[in-house]
Write a protein of this length. Structure first.
Length: 462
């Protein structure tokens, strides 16, 4: 896990057209997945830490973060979509052994994503005051909620730089360093949060300050490694002057725009879900927030394996090895489903303890645990949707998968949640979530295993 040498050798086998045994493929998947899973878990732990520290300040403080949490996730998902638009191209060029073009794409990504992050940050600043009221918040929580959102919005350039740098490193096959940076950011988040929340008594806003400073340190470190020291990506290796190539940006838009639109509408759906939950009261808002945070620890392994799938499929497609792309797709999906089935079992068993770490309020703890246990049964299919989508992203196929995600979220989850919330309260909302995730996983499994995503690629590559 802490050495890239073995994975570098196996990745070179893909680029150079050498045959790979099933055992070698599985070893490569595990070599890339374990550090990526660690990175995903520690990233979520930052939100978990924020929620836990603020949760001990009381119900109002918890509800204030919960109210705008889906909106802050929207900002982060937009930066991730922009990063993937460029990093997928880098993976393809690396797979084709064209490292010069990979670095050219990286340069374009640095410029474009910086501009985009500044624009998104300005939008966040312009809406931070009315946002909590748009989401159905009450005056007693709106002030803290708006300030928390403002600080996160201002940190967008750092979040974007972190996202892009880590995505580039992962595309090159380096999963180790992003995981180490994530661990470091998590530790810094604890230190900074404690200082701002408990020493300076900044409360909810202190949690935002702590997260922002952790991202600032982590993003600058990741950027330095990607730009200056990575064997493939280090920009100092190129002696030719920089030339603007609009086709790289156009391709990034083709890949990233459907992902950004999906992120916008999926996060919009999360916001609508928050609006559905808000009338149920502050206890339900807090329980919903804590349950989402706790559940995220269980599905992060799926995203870690998904990162490995994106890299492996991306480099395989770039190398023109469609047979091995299919093999990596199937193996990563089955691995993700197995791991998340186990995580779902743990979540079902330890749901009260997981929520109990976030809040001492018994009513919130019981309602949050009930919600987690409802959703636990859908975890394997959630894994299928996560990893299968990552496979499609690695192949540069983002439009149809984005439409599938949106139809499932808006057509199934929100419709059911709106119908069930008034009668069954928060458990009804989470029942709708479990049904929708099972449906989403099923349609993604069908898309991958019918092979059409691969046939289209083979036809395009000629």
């Amino acid at each position: 896990m802490f050495s890239n040498q073995k994975s570098e050798i196996l990745l070179a086998n893909i680029r150079e057209g050498r045959p790979m045994s099933r055992k070698e493929k599985l070893n490569l998947i595990i070599e890339l997945s374990i550090p990526s899973i660690l990175a995903q878990i520690t990233t979520v732990m930052m939100f978990f830490i924020d929620a836990s520290m603020v949760g001990h300040l009381g119900t109002n403080a918890s509800a204030s973060i919960g109210l705008v949490e889906s909106s802050t996730w929207l900002l982060g998902s937009m930066t991730s979509a922009a990063s993937m638009g460029f990093s997928v191209q880098v993976a393809h060029f690396i797979g084709a052994n064209d490292f010069v073009k990979a670095r050219q794409v990286f340069r374009h990504g640095l410029i474009c994503t910086l501009i985009l992050s500044l624009v998104i940050a300005l939008i966040g600043v312009s809406i931070y005051q009315p946002l909590p009221y748009w989401l159905g918040g009450t005056p007693d929580i709106a002030h803290d909620a708006s300030l928390y959102f403002l600080v996160i919005a201002l940190s967008l350039p750092f979040i974007q730089l972190s996202s892009l740098s880590n995505a580039m490193l992962k595309s090159s096959g380096d999963m180790r360093f992003p995981s180490l940076i994530s661990v470091g950011m998590c530790i810094l988040d604890i230190i900074f949060n404690y200082f701002f929340i408990y020493i300076l008594h900044f409360g909810v806003v202190g949690a935002a300050f702590g997260t922002t400073l952790a991202y600032a340190v982590g993003s600058m470190t990741s950027a330095y490694v990607a730009i200056a020291t990575n064997k493939i990506l280090a920009l100092g290796q190129d002696k030719e002057p920089f030339v603007w190539m609009s086709n790289y940006v156009v391709n990034a838009v083709k890949i990233g725009a459907p992902m950004a639109a999906q992120s916008l509408l999926m996060s919009g759906a999360q916001i609508v879900s928050t609006i559905i939950v808000a009338p149920l009261g502050k206890v339900s808002i807090a329980a919903n927030t804590f349950a989402i945070t706790a559940e995220s620890l269980c599905y992060m392994p799926g995203y870690g394996i998904g990162d490995a799938a994106t890299t492996l499929v991306g480099q395989s497609v770039g190398a023109g090895r469609f047979d091995i792309s299919k093999s990596f797709a199937h193996m990563t999906i089955f691995l993700g489903m197995g791991v998340m089935a186990f995580m779902g079992l743990l979540m079902f068993i330890f749901a009260p303890e997981m929520i109990g770490l976030l809040t001492p309020v018994e009513e919130i703890r019981m309602l949050g645990a009930q919600s987690l246990r409802i959703e636990a049964f859908a975890e394997p299919f959630f894994a299928a949707s996560i990893v299968a989508y990552s496979v499609c992203v690695g192949a540069g196929d983002t439009m149809k998968p984005a439409m599938m995600n949106l139809f499932s979220m808006w057509g199934v989850r929100l419709t059911l949640a709106a119908l069930l919330a008034s009668t069954y309260g928060l458990p009804g909302v989470w029942t709708a979530m479990a049904i929708e995730l099972t449906f989403r996983g099923s349609i993604f499994l069908y898309r991958i295993f019918n092979g059409k995503w691969l046939w289209a690629l083979q036809k395009e590559k000629g």
